[in-house]
Design a protein around this ligand. Structure first.
Ligand code: HEC
Length: 199
């Protein structure tokens, strides 16, 4: 087929489609613009640097109470227990490079803020998002204490949480934005390598 006829064919297919979409769009009256409050309620993602963390503060002691009341029934009394649907929350430090890697809150996650986000958005699984920010800071403090990441007297808030250096912080390959022009990074290399120019 000549390129002119390909163009005509493509146009023949596209033109009715686009006019049909234009004609039908308003008739369906689908959806509406979300209100600023709705966007705020959905917009709960916490990035690695924790800039979005809400005010609040949590202690290991308070977290221990919350854990016993709301988490232990599924995750076991100490967090080291593995159950049917998930692995333990505590332990496994230094195991990731062994033949029996144990991924837990302490051994696997590169960012402390990710645990906060995870617990805030999805735990306790039977009453999702029922903890207030203080409760999430506290239960995360308790899990970090049990994993040997913070001291029993430490408190967590929007300033101290992002400063925690997780044990596996450097166990992941760098994020893609660290690529430079003229370099490429196959999945098996930890650093970008220069592209070889073709002669
Ligand atoms: C009704 C049972 C249930 C309750 C209650 C519950 N969890 Fe979970 N939790 C789960 C399940 C199931 C998973 C695994 C989910 C998955 O892999 O998709 C999980 C996963 C997790 C993880 C991720 C574990 C990992 O290694 O990636 C964390 C952290 C966690 N829960 C913390 C908590 C905390 C803190 C509480 C209490 C505030 C809690 N959970 C209460 C069932 C529960």
């Amino acid at each position: 087929m000549k390129s002119g006829s390909v163009f005509l064919l493509v146009m023949a297919l596209l033109v009715p489609l686009s006019s049909a979409v234009r004609a039908q769009g308003p008739a369906y009256q689908l959806g509406r613009t979300p209100t600023p409050e709705e966007i705020k309620a959905w917009d709960i993602a916490i990035g690695p640097e924790g800039k979005e963390l809400p005010p609040g503060r949590g202690t290991v002691q308070e977290g221990e109470k919350i854990y016993a009341q709301t988490c232990a029934k599924c995750h076991g009394p100490t967090g080291t227990e593995a159950k049917f649907l998930h692995g333990p929350l505590v332990g496994g430090l230094g195991s990731l490079t062994t033949l029996q890697p144990l991924k837990t809150v302490g051994s696997y996650y590169p960012y402390a803020t990710t645990i906060w986000d995870y617990v805030n958005r999805s735990m306790p699984l039977d009453q999702v998002s029922s903890l207030n920010p203080d409760g999430v800071y506290s239960v995360v403090a308790f899990l970090f204490y049990r994993n040997g990441i913070i001291k029993e007297s430490d408190t967590l808030d929007a300033t101290s949480l992002p400063k925690i250096e997780m044990p596996n912080r450097n166990g992941f390959f760098p994020a893609r934005p660290e690529w430079k022009p003229g370099y490429w990074q196959p999945y098996f290399t930890p650093q970008p390598i220069p592209r070889v120019k073709k002669p």
